[in-house]
Write a protein that binds this ligand. Structure first.
Ligand code: ATP
Ligand code: MG
Length: 736
């Protein structure tokens, strides 16, 4: 019979073919990593077209990222032998935006509505909160925004939020704030990201004619990465798929073991609901993994077996030829060593003719990329940071660098302009214009212009107070610089200018990551003799042009790597507190840990031929050295699939030789202790120092010492070697 099958089907296994040829009726493909789920979906798309069941624009296909959508479009084009136009293929949000433009008037918008970015959202929300006399220290707008977004994820319009839902948060006023915020958005002819799905779902719920139109229109629905859909996405899909007459032609593919977005409201339960909501649904299981070698598969399967909440799936190697190398687990001394090891491995692979585009470094958290980026630049291997910015291009890093540049060079107008109103200091566009005029008229830098205008009383109100404080802070820091050294002074500058506090008060999900990046920046600073030397280094690093075409390796987060595959995958930082993340450990509970383990599973299963896991014995996190414990996930890998090596002794020697701070002294072992103010969970940004007088602390530059006095967040510490110093509490660690 295979002889009759079209070419594109002949290359698939019987289960995959069944999943493609069962075109009508609801279908769920539940299968492990690399079993060809995405390939099935793509081929199914082509099959529907080629068998004449629908025209290209009658198929609705949902991918998880825009990148995945692009890839699927290309694959479909290749299968059909020609590019196709007008496809309804994209992410939930992009598809909804396109629909909403056609029906905007049903929710009071016009079709030219704008989609707000996060900054605009918060600004608008603040306007709504203002008249309500809410203690914004206790209930920061970002927190309220979080509540609203979770409601939107669950498909709750303000009218649908029950009174019981409105907890104590923001004095029980969240619901009315939400209603007002939505009203304001409509007045502005705008919507936020969450609204795209919310409005569209609401329109289809309340306007049967619109829904009927889509029912006539979309004959087939295809969904990738189904395990990570949230409630509103599910509702949206169900509305579109349940078409009164005939069965719903919806095909969802997913893997419960790769559900890694519950923190964004994803519900694995949607997998279980599928069979209930779509009676007669077929469930196809694919069990052959065609991506990875037997060794990689064995390691990944052994790891994920430690999770209890699983639907249970079997996974066999599909490539009988590919026994492969064991998964390597390498222990290194510290993160610089880790970066050097990865760099050496990459050079070797590159010299052996392996394309760099087939290699990836997958990190748990954004701050980890810096060490690799610097190493790769040093050895001249081109890379790209996928789904994110290169370390020194990130907004918070550029801000902090701008502060440093003004500190080192008060006439750096560009840097000063970047930070004059970050955090907000009440300087508007007109204020800035006046400042420029003054500076130009007098032919002086902006900072000097500020001082003159302050002295002449030409700056008024809130701006006056803030700018005076900022200038005083810069002045004091510049004076302290020769005596106290660049590390401490920069720490103080970031703290006292209010810059760090801006991020600490920010409750958006990416704020903790930004704080980690800032601490990583200070860590990098400590490796240099002077501020000027560091700034020069950064300028050089930033200058390296990206002109290597596609021959570049990828650095990205594990979350961003979902669905992708590479020949070689590096998985660094497998240490307790990095991966699983400190936040997960602090929260306790099995749920979070299982999600981290699924993330590890996603990581390993990205590799076709080689997976190289590493962990460092020491890590400078939150600005300080910590001795690190290998991740529990390392121990959970079945030993028969693992080859463990470690040359921490050699590394230790190297590290001691090159460390300007510690010389040959052994690295201190510092107790694991979290930052003073828990930036992720505390409701009150009010500062409370956790270092009473007499506490023994460790500072990365001055070593050990004892707290002798406390003044807000400033500590006087008698350091054993360096003598008495004033330091900011964020940058010291308690030692037990
Ligand atoms: P993930 O869960 O990671 O998203 P997936 O189930 O979507 O994985 P695919 O990316 O579709 O898996 O496929 C994994 C790899 O296996 C791809 O390189 C794909 O081309 C290949 N593959 C899939 N099916 C077959 C097959 N029948 N024969 C040969 N190779 C296959
Ligand atoms: Mg896939």
């Amino acid at each position: 019979p295979d002889g009759d099958a079209p070419d594109y089907l002949a290359r698939l296994n019987p289960e995959q073919r069944a999943a493609i040829e069962t075109t009508d009726g609801p279908l769920l493909v539940l299968a492990g990593a690399g079993t060809g789920k995405t390939r099935v979906l793509t081929t199914r798309f082509a099959h529907i077209l080629l068998s004449g069941r629908a025209r290209p624009n009658q198929i609705l296909a949902v991918t998880f990222t825009n990148k995945a959508a692009r890839e699927m479009r290309e694959r479909i084009g290749a299968l059909l032998g020609a590019p196709v136009e007008g496809l309804w293929l994209g992410t939930f949000h992009s598809l909804c935006a396109r629909m909403l433009r056609r029906h905007a008037e049903y929710v009071g918008l016009s079709s030219s509505f704008t989609i707000l970015d996060t900054d605009d959202q918060i600004r608008l929300l603040k306007q709504v909160i203002e008249p309500r006399r809410i203690d914004t220290k206790r209930w920061p707008p970002q927190g309220i925004m979080g509540v609203i977004q979770r409601w939107k994820d669950r498909g709750l319009t303000p009218q649908r939020v029950s009174k019981a839902e409105d907890s104590d948060f923001a004095d029980g006023k969240c619901r009315e704030i939400y209603a007002d915020y939505q009203k304001r958005l409509i007045q502005l002819n705008a919507c936020d990201f969450g609204d795209l799905m919310l409005h569209m779902t609401e329109i289809m719920r309340t306007h049967p004619d619109v829904l009927a139109q889509y029912h006539r229109f979309f004959r087939y629905i295809l969904v990738d990465e189904y395990q990570d859909t949230n409630t509103i996405q599910y509702l949206w899909l169900r509305l579109l798929a349940q078409r009164g007459e005939g069965p719903a032609n919806i095909c969802c593919v997913g893997d419960d073991d790769q559900s890694i977005y519950s923190w964004r409201g994803a519900e694995v339960e949607n997998i279980l609901r599928f069979e209930r909501d779509f009676p007669g649904a077929h469930v196809v299981r694919l069990e052959r993994n065609y991506r990875s070698t037997r060794q990689i598969l064995g390691a990944a399967s052994g790891l994920i077996a430690h999770n209890e909440e699983r639907l249970g799936k079997t996974l066999h190697p599909g490539r009988e030829d590919a026994e492969g190398e064991k998964v390597r687990v390498i222990s290194v001394w510290d993160s610089d060593d880790e970066a050097r090891m990865v760099g050496e491995e990459l050079e070797r692979l590159h010299n052996d003719g392996h394309p760099l585009s087939e290699c990836a470094i997958l990190v748990r958290a954004g701050f980890q990329t810096r060490a690799f980026e610097e190493r790769l630049i040093t050895i001249g291997l081109p890379y790209r940071v996928v789904g994110g910015l290169r370390f020194y291009e990130r907004a918070e890093i550029r801000d902090a660098l701008a502060y440093m540049r003004v500190l080192s060079q008060p006439s750096d107008d560009l840097a000063f302009e970047r930070i004059i109103n970050v955090p907000r200091r009440g300087i508007g566009n007109t204020g800035l214009q006046k400042l420029h005029l003054h500076a130009r008229a007098r032919d002086i830098p902006l900072t000097a212009a500020v001082l003159e205008m302050l002295a002449a009383g030409q700056i008024k109100g809130r701006a006056r107070e803030h700018l005076a404080a900022l200038m005083k802070c810069f002045g004091q820091c510049r004076e302290d610089l020769p005596r106290e050294g660049h590390v401490v002074v920069v720490e103080r500058l970031l703290e006292e200018s209010g810059y760090l506090d801006m991020w600490k008060a920010d409750k958006s999900p990416d704020a903790p990551g930004r704080l980690d990046n800032l601490k990583e920046l200070v860590r990098a600073l400590a490796d240099f003799e002077s501020l000027g030397g560091f700034l020069e280094h950064v300028a050089l690093v930033m200058e390296t042009e990206e002109n290597a075409g596609n021959e570049r390796l990828s650095i990205m987060t594990l979350h961003g790597a979902k669905g992708l595959e590479f020949d070689t995958v590096f998985l660094p930082g497998w240490e307790e507190g990095v991966f699983p993340s400190q936040r997960t450990l602090d929260e306790g509970g099995a749920k979070g840990l299982e999600e981290e383990r699924r993330l590890a599973y996603v990581g390993i299963t990205r590799a076709r031929l080689r997976a190289i896991i590493s962990h460092a014995a020491n890590r400078r996190i939150y600005g300080n050295w910590q001795s690190a414990i290998p991740s529990r996930f390392v121990e959970e890998l079945p030993p028969e699939y693992v080859h463990a090596t470690g040359d921490a002794t050699r590394a230790r020697h190297n590290a001691a030789m090159r460390s300007p701070v510690f010389g040959a002294t052994p690295f201190p072992v510092v107790a694991r202790r979290r930052a003073v103010v828990d930036v992720t969970t505390s409701d009150t940004p009010a500062r409370k120092t956790a270092f009473p007088i007499g506490t023994r602390v460790f500072h990365q530059k001055f070593g050990y010492g004892t707290v002798t006095s406390v003044e807000g967040n400033r500590l006087e510490v008698a350091f054993e070697k360096a003598g008495p110093k004033r330091v900011i509490d964020t940058f010291v660690e308690q030692v037990s």
